[in-house]
Every structure is written in C-alpha cells, then in structure tokens.
Design a protein around this ligand. Sequence first.
Ligand SMILES: Nc1ncnc2c1ncn2[C@@H]1O[C@H](COP(=O)(O)OP(=O)(O)OP(=O)(O)O)[C@@H](O)[C@H]1O
Ligand SMILES: [Mg+2]
Length: 289
Amino acid sequence: MVQDSTANRNGEIMETNKEQKVLEEKKRIEETISQIEHRIAVFSGKGGVGKSTVAVNLAYMLQQESKSVGILDADITGPNVLKMLGINDEAIVINERIIPFEKYDAKIISIASMIKAGQPVIWRGPMRSKMIQQFLADVEWGKLDYLVADLPPGTGDEILTITQQMKPEYAVIVTTPQEVSIIDAERAVNMAKKMEVPFIGIVENMSGFACPHCGKVLNIFGEGGGKTLADNYGVPFLGSIPIDLHTRIYGDHGVPVVLKETESEISDVFRSIASKIEFQSQETMADIV
Ligand SMILES: Nc1ncnc2c1ncn2[C@@H]1O[C@H](COP(=O)(O)OP(=O)(O)OP(=O)(O)O)[C@@H](O)[C@H]1O
Ligand SMILES: [Mg+2]
C-alpha cells in the first residue's frame, strides 16, 4: 500500500513537472511572438512548387527594404533553407538558447544545422511539432519586423503547429499553374481559412519560361491557375514568378536571386509581392491599434 501511494505521488510530481515545462515553453513562445511585428507562413499543398525559393527571396526582399527579418525553416524532414543560403555551420547553443545564423543581414534557423548532411529525420508528427515549438521558444530571435516560416508540402502537423503557435497574420500559398498543384493549393487555402490566418495571398510560381533564343514564352506548367484560384476564393493574387534559370542557379549556390539581380524581372515580381504583403500587414496593425 505504502509503495502504491509513493508511486502515485511520484507520478503526480512528474505530471506536475511536465505541465510546468509546457507552461514555461508556452510563455517563452509568447515572449518570442511579442517581439516580432509581422509573421508570414509560406505553404502550398504540393511539394517542389517553390515554397523555399519564395520564402527566402521574399524574406530578403523585405530585408532589402530595411526590415529586420528572420527565416524559420519549418520543413523538418526536407530542410532546404540553409542550402539556399550557403550555410554549412552547426547550430550554437548558449545557456540553453539557440543562436540563429546570420546571413546577408537576416537571421535563420533550420534543423539542417543539427543533423548530419544526407541523414534522414525519421520523426513522427509530434516530434516534428516539438522541434518547431523549440524554434519559437528557444531561438534568440530578438526584435524582428518579419519572421517568414518555410513549411513542408501538405497540410500536416508542421502547418498546424506554425498556425497555432507562431500565429501568422499572412499565409502565402505557392502554386504552379498546373492543375495538380492548384488542387493541392486549394486545400492549403482552406487550411489557412480554417486556422483563421487573417490574410491569405496566392503566388503562382514557375509561370511561363521565356526562351532565351527567340524570347517566346512557353507555358510549361500551363497558365493562369493561380489567379483563378485567388479569384475563386476572393483572396489577393500576389504575383506570377516565371521559370528563371538564375533563380535556380543562385539558389543552388546559396545566394537569393533578389540580392544578386536587383534590377531584373524576378526582383520586380518579388518587390511587388513584398509590397502587397507589407501593405496588408500595415492594415492589420491599423485595425489592431
Ligand atoms: N521560378 C523558378 N525558376 C526556376 N527554378 C525555380 C523556380 N522556383 C523554384 N525553382 C527551383 O525548383 C526547385 C524546387 O524549389 P523549392 O525547393 O523552392 O520548392 P519547395 O516547394 O520548397 O519544395 P519542397 O516541397 O521539397 O519543400 C529548386 O531547385 C529551385 O531552385
Ligand atoms: Mg521547401
């Protein structure tokens, strides 16, 4: 009997400690969020449509406009942001706080800095969510104007965690013009609506390729699907990004194309996307104040 009651007491103490830890983490997440003026989540339904490319270039376009910016790589099983920024270092932890990388004047965190290159992260949903929560609770982000989260494809745990914990005010849904991508993007729009993200905008990526020889535009993945989706849901269409060789090459070499080719069609599109988001973000602030 004595043993039973001791075991019960130990169980209760462990439970209380666990609850205490959860509460403390929640508080740290709230502290992080309170220091970040605007939060953007970039997602799609489908893989490989250019979420990471859009997240990184959008972040650096905002940085070019003198905003302080952070990028949170919330793709735990397929983290690509560090590769796209040429970061090969390991994460640094000081006094239980994770120090984000600083590259081209923005702060970045990704699980890629905590695992060996090429090694898979074989984690179930709750573990992946836990990691994202840690990125919010324990990373020394400091004060930021914008935090941009790059999400994995689909509508799974990572998206739930980001929408519930990071509380983005803006969901940027990336799609190609192709029907299979639009169908998945529609799921993403509905997910953002369900999760009550205040603003949703659609970006159509890989939208047409201008032949370098004759200049003729080939609509390799079709055309106009993103705009139609935006119109159907009554959400803003943020812009069309063409298929662009330099975007791919610079991405592979760790430099966002918007920092390299500041006066190009691609940069113009990202500038316009960023300004539409900034404009709506200001509106949100005006509504809140
Ligand atoms: N507009 C573009 N023009 C040319 N290449 C592009 C463009 N957008 C993306 N890419 C290239 O396509 C590939 C996939 O892009 P990216 O990794 O950004 O997609 P993703 O949606 O994040 O993929 P995942 O679902 O795996 O996270 C990358 O090699 C990237 O450089
Ligand atoms: Mg990606």
